[in-house]
Design a protein around this ligand. Structure first.
Ligand code: SF4
Length: 284
């Protein structure tokens, strides 16, 4: 297929339509339900770390049904808070962090946590990705939040070509028009979950296929992608044509590929290790 020049406005407008059937990203959904204060969004963001949206949403709703303001949250015992957020990952540590934040906000700012990036970053457990997401959703501040979906999809488009979410953020700040800074996360999280997925992107039905460079997937079809996902490097020719070996190694993770030399096997496992580390870093 002859590719068209990539037009970010057209791409995001098409993706806006494509993601309508699917649930919104957790923080955007909570904001729509009225949990849109900076404090509420910050707590939801902490709960969401390394936790699926399907868990983050009911856990956040349960917490806010019990306590929404800093003064209310700080009144909770650690045991009660830990029980409320129990289904989320690392809930014991998160309960300590949330109680410390609630105390600090109540003492310094009362009911209203300001949308100040430096203040958000001063809290234990809050990193740039979380701070940016909260600022964008709660305050409408034009900031980009790059999670693993935004990093993967913009890389496959060929719109930016960076090795980590942190570098992708810097590249997008240079290239992406500011009017899309908040929406890129809102749109690419459901798009990355349902269309441009980790190891089986649905390119044949993708609304931006004609513009997308399909970096890492251009030389193999969905059939081969499926085979890779199921059985490792089933198509060795396709595998060697991949531009991004990390993606194929991601597909292969935990599945020793057949007929490889020792060198190929070592390189594959090293690349897999890097990919896993990058994934963990991006989610922390
Ligand atoms: S064409 Fe394929 S690689 Fe490109 S955005 Fe769509 S699903 Fe992702």
């Amino acid at each position: 297929m002859e590719k068209q020049p990539f037009d970010i406005g057209i791409a995001l407008a098409r993706i806006e339509q494509a993601v309508k059937p699917w649930p919104k990203a957790a923080l955007f959904q909570l904001a729509e339900e009225g949990f849109s204060s900076t404090f509420e969004q910050l707590l939801a963001c902490i709960i969401s770390i390394r936790t699926y949206d399907e868990v983050t949403l009911p856990v956040s709703r349960a917490l806010f049904a019990r306590a929404r303001l800093p003064a209310e949250v700080r009144q909770l015992s650690w045991e009660a808070l830990d029980a409320l957020i129990g289904p989320s990952t690392f809930h014991e540590r998160k309960a300590h962090q949330i109680l410390a934040i609630a105390r600090q906000v109540d003492e310094q700012f009362g009911d209203r946590l300001p949308g100040d990036r430096n203040v958000l970053l001063s809290f234990a457990g809050v990193g740039p990705k979380c701070a940016n997401l909260v600022l964008g959703v709660a305050c409408g501040t034009p900031v980009i939040s790059v999670d693993i979906h935004v990093h993967r999809v913009t890389g496959r488009w060929g719109y930016v070509k960076e090795s980590t979410p942190e570098k992708t953020l810097l590249a997008l700040e240079q290239k992406l028009p500011e009017r899309y800074w908040i929406d890129i996360n809102r749109l690419l999280v459901p798009f990355g979950k349902h269309v441009c997925t980790g190891n089986r992107p649905k390119c044949s039905t993708c609304p931006v296929l004609e513009m997308c460079e399909q970096v890492g997937w251009e030389s193999i079809g969905e059939g081969c992608a499926l085979a890779i996902g199921k059985a490792g490097c089933a198509n060795k020719k396709g595998a060697t044509e991949l531009h991004n070996p990390l993606i194929i190694c991601a597909a292969n993770f935990g599945r020793p590929p057949p007929s490889r030399t020792g060198h190929q096997r070592i390189m594959s496992y090293l690349a897999t290790l890097f990919w896993q580390i990058n994934l963990l870093k991006s989610e922390l």
